[in-house]
Design a protein around this ligand. Structure first.
Ligand code: PEP
Ligand code: MN
Length: 352
């Protein structure tokens, strides 16, 4: 498939979590095409299920349904691949976009196996973040696919699993995709609000947040009868609901050419730069004091960690925070970072 397919800003990929029957897939595809807002039809053919015995996808026959849906709607189609065999079968049926799921991108053996099968093809491959929040695994998966000579690569942020997580099905941990965008500025970042939210009513807020972060597209699960879906039914929306959702989203631009805007933003950014300079100086001064404390402790055979003192610092800072607009979580995380660094410095001194 051509490069422009996933390089387009505002890319919308939609379709059922799973292909269930030819009727379900083709009817859903036609309704999605009618909205005029969908660029690629998605459907899972091979489904990685957490528990055995769940619906594991229709397999090979689903590929011919995808071909039919493509013929009837003109939409390019995409599916998930987890093995080299899946890649070969999907390419045999001219699937336009392949994506590597979160339970596969977590495993370098599987990713390499897929990369080997992709060698010599000009496939378009989307790589979902691994299930656990491991930035390096995600980077590694991109490198393996790239090393196979694939140039049409995109990223999908589908959130990260965690124990007992209530608010989201998969916590977004936005700083990880933000870091991926910094490392791979040329790769489109697509948000998968369906698997992050896990339920229909938060799809909008997750989608809008991603657009505010300048993501390039969205992949959203849509089923002609969401309440009857065999997989992920709480998060799927009908094509009508999808088109309402898309109409409510505001796509923002990275910048605008209004002189008044430029002037204001430059002046605000200058303030940020000055505060950042001060922060660096303050941090350096604070760490120098921590170093002096470390020397004193060493000479006097005193332990590096003193829980009471650490507790006192944290309590003091949190109580100060209550009179500010800063969030306690933020201040707590920042103080924890500072404390870990002070301990590292003092441990180094103690081991000298
Ligand atoms: C899917 O897209 O239906 C899917 C299985 O996603 P993930 O790999 O993100 O769980
Ligand atoms: Mn799904």
């Amino acid at each position: 498939m051509n490069e422009s397919l996933i390089k387009k800003d505002g890319l919308i990929i939609a379709g059922p979590c799973s292909a269930e029957s030819e009727e379900q897939l083709v009817t859903t595809a036609k309704s999605l095409a009618k909205t005029g807002m969908v660029d690629v039809l998605r459907a899972g053919i091979w489904k990685p299920r957490t528990n055995p015995g769940g619906f594991e996808g229709v397999g090979l026959k689903g590929l011919s349904w995808l071909s039919t849906a493509k013929k009837e709607t003109g939409l390019p189609v995409g599916t998930e691949v987890a093995t080299s065999r899946h890649v070969e079968d999907a390419l045999h049926y001219d699937v336009d976009v392949l994506w590597i799921g979160a339970r596969t991108s977590v495993n370098p053996f599987s990713v390499q196996n897929i990369a080997d099968a992709l060698k010599g093809t000009d496939s378009t491959v989307l790589i979902k973040n691994p299930v656990n929040p491991d930035l390096k695994l995600w980077i590694g998966a991109v490198e393996r696919i790239r090393n196979a000579g694939i140039t049409n690569i995109g990223l999908i942020h589908r959130g990260f699993s965690s124990y007992g997580n209530k608010e989201y099905r998969n916590a977004p941990i936005w700083q990880i995709p933000i870091e991926m965008m910094r490392i791979f500025p040329d790769l489109p970042m697509i948000c998968d609000p369906s698997h992050i939210a896990g339920k229909r009513d938060t799809l909008h807020s997750v989608s809008q947040k991603s657009l505010d972060l300048h993501y390039n597209g969205l992949i959203i699960e849509s089923h002609y009868k969401p309440e009857e879906a065999l997989t992920d039914k709480e998060q799927q929306v009908s094509p009508d609901q999808l088109s309402n959702l898309l109409n409510q989203l505001v796509w923002k631009k990275e910048s605008i050419n209004l002189p008044e805007y430029q002037q204001k933003i430059e002046s605000l950014r200058e303030q940020i730069n000055q505060f950042d300079d001060e922060l660096i100086h303050l941090l350096q001064s604070r760490m120098m004091v921590a170093e002096n404390i470390g020397e004193l402790k060493k000479i006097n055979n005193v332990t590096v960690l003193q829980s009471n003192r650490w507790n006192e610092i944290l309590e003091k800072m949190l109580s100060k925070t209550r009179n500010t607009k800063l969030s306690e979580d933020f201040v707590k995380s920042m103080m924890e970072l500072l404390h870990v660094e002070s301990i590292r410095i003092q441990n180094d001194i103690s081991n000298r």
